[in-house]
Design a protein around this ligand. Structure first.
Ligand SMILES: NC(=O)c1ccc[n+]([C@@H]2O[C@H](COP(=O)([O-])OP(=O)(O)OC[C@H]3O[C@@H](n4cnc5c(N)ncnc54)[C@H](O)[C@@H]3O)[C@@H](O)[C@H]2O)c1
Length: 385
């Protein structure tokens, strides 16, 4: 996928010491589709300036405040084409709103927003302004996930009957992350900054997106329990959800940050009437296919015949690709979409796998229903239409 020129990228969040901002910067550089030219890298003005200097950004384009950045960049003839939003959750919607209103495309980290109302408003604003809105549900960037999605869509596993997705981690079980200071200071435990849920939005949102992305279905009813194991935690650190689908399929979603020994154990299994698929994020170059009554087959990146997977792969089979390439894939998709959008062309077909603002709204509907189910003592709840 070639692009006519490097896009000028801005970033909000991602200053020194932050986690995901640097991953976004690597992803943006990997395929040479972007150049970072402006930023508001931290909530702390000094750290924002120091971080910008470390990235050799023009000091005149390092901003202390994102609204000033949106305004100033929109006014420049060489202003940014797109902004990457990599701040804590509560800032996603106001920041995306400011940049969309300034006519700038958005690449935003998940969850889309901290309420369904905010998410719905963002989706309609992005549509009204005709701007690309990429949402970095990174696992949708893996070639073998794209291949699995294409196989399900082509009917290769038959009708989907069971969707089983889990995302266990253990970092909140670390003694340091159980301390009073951590509970008090870390934004992941602060409803004002994380939003009304913890593990659910942090990684449950990824699991939910992946399940829908591959199976091609979203549930219409769910039953959820949200739990906090750690005394002092104000938000859930463990989530278990049952799923019912309109076609009669059933499923389960489990996400936990208290699962001792689990690093980043995102795993999806989809069972159809003809075959089953299994994908594990920690071994992303392979996908297991088991036909009904047959033996498991290991499908590998670079060896499967698949336009969707080939378009998302960079090096030949046997050389591992991983998280950074998957992230880069979403950046590459977004770049192709932005160029097409700016040239008033149709959405390029190979970028249809890019998660967008509508995926974010679907995720927020799920989170809303999960919280409501939990409030009602874990009853079945219909998802909003
Ligand atoms: N897609 C993924 O796989 C993935 C992985 C991790 C985190 N995330 C998401 O990315 C976001 C950031 O997470 P993180 O772990 O990097 O957080 P972090 O706390 O490490 O970094 C947040 C950064 O945002 C900055 N910031 C806060 N307020 C700001 C403001 N007003 N203006 C400019 N900068 C501001 C902070 O100074 C910091 O640099 C979260 O929404 C999280 O859910 C996504």
């Amino acid at each position: 996928m070639s692009v006519p020129r490097r896009l000028r990228l801005g970033m909000v969040g991602g200053g020194d010491g932050a986690f995901i901002g640097s991953v976004h910067r690597i992803a943006a550089r990997l395929d040479d589709c972007y150049e970072l030219v402006a930023a508001s890298l931290s909530s702390n003005a000094e750290r924002a300036a120091a971080s910008a200097a470390g990235l050799r950004l023009d000091p005149a384009r390092s901003y202390a405040e994102y609204r000033d950045m949106a305004r100033a960049e929109a006014a420049r003839p060489d202003g940014i084409d797109a902004v990457a939003i990599v701040t804590p959750n509560y800032l996603h919607a106001p920041m995306a709103t400011a940049f969309l209103e300034a006519g700038i495309h958005v690449i935003c980290d998940k969850p889309l927003a901290i309420s369904l109302a905010e998410g719905v408003a963002l989706a309609s604003l992005a549509r009204e302004r005709g701007k690309v809105f990429a949402l970095t549900h990174v696992y949708a960037g893996y070639p073998m996930v794209r291949h699995a999605r294409a196989m399900v869509a082509a009917g290769e596993i038959g009708e989907v009957r069971l969707v089983q997705v889990e995302y266990p981690q253990d970092w909140l079980a670390e003694p340091a992350n159980q301390s009073e200071e951590y509970q008090r200071d870390n934004w992941h435990n602060d409803p004002l900054r994380a939003g009304p849920n913890g593990c659910l939005g942090d990684i449950g949102s990824h699991a939910y997106h992946l399940a829908g992305y591959v199976s091609g279905m979203l549930p219409n009813e769910i039953l959820a329990e949200l739990h906090a194991f750690t005394p002092g935690r104000r938000l859930d650190d463990h989530v278990q959800v049952m799923l019912r689908y309109a076609n009669g399929a059933r499923g389960m979603l489990w996400s936990s940050q208290m699962a001792t020994g689990c690093e980043n154990g995102l795993r999806l299994r989809v069972y159809g009437t003809k075959a089953a698929l299994s994908f594990e994020q920690e071994n992303p170059n392979e996908l297991w296919l088991t036909p009904q009554g047959g033996s498991a087959q290991r499908l590998t990146r670079g060896r499967v015949r698949s336009a969707a997977a080939d378009a998302a792969t960079r090096v030949p089979s046997g050389h591992p690709e991983g998280y950074l390439e998957a992230f880069a894939q979403l950046y590459r998709d977004a770049a192709a979409r932005i160029h097409a959008s700016d040239a008033a062309q149709a959405v390029p077909e190979l970028t249809l796998g890019m998660p967008d603002v509508d995926d974010g709204v679907a995720g927020l509907k799920f989170m809303d229903a999960a919280m409501e189910s939990n409030r009602q003592g874990s009853r079945w709840i219909r998802l909003a239409e």
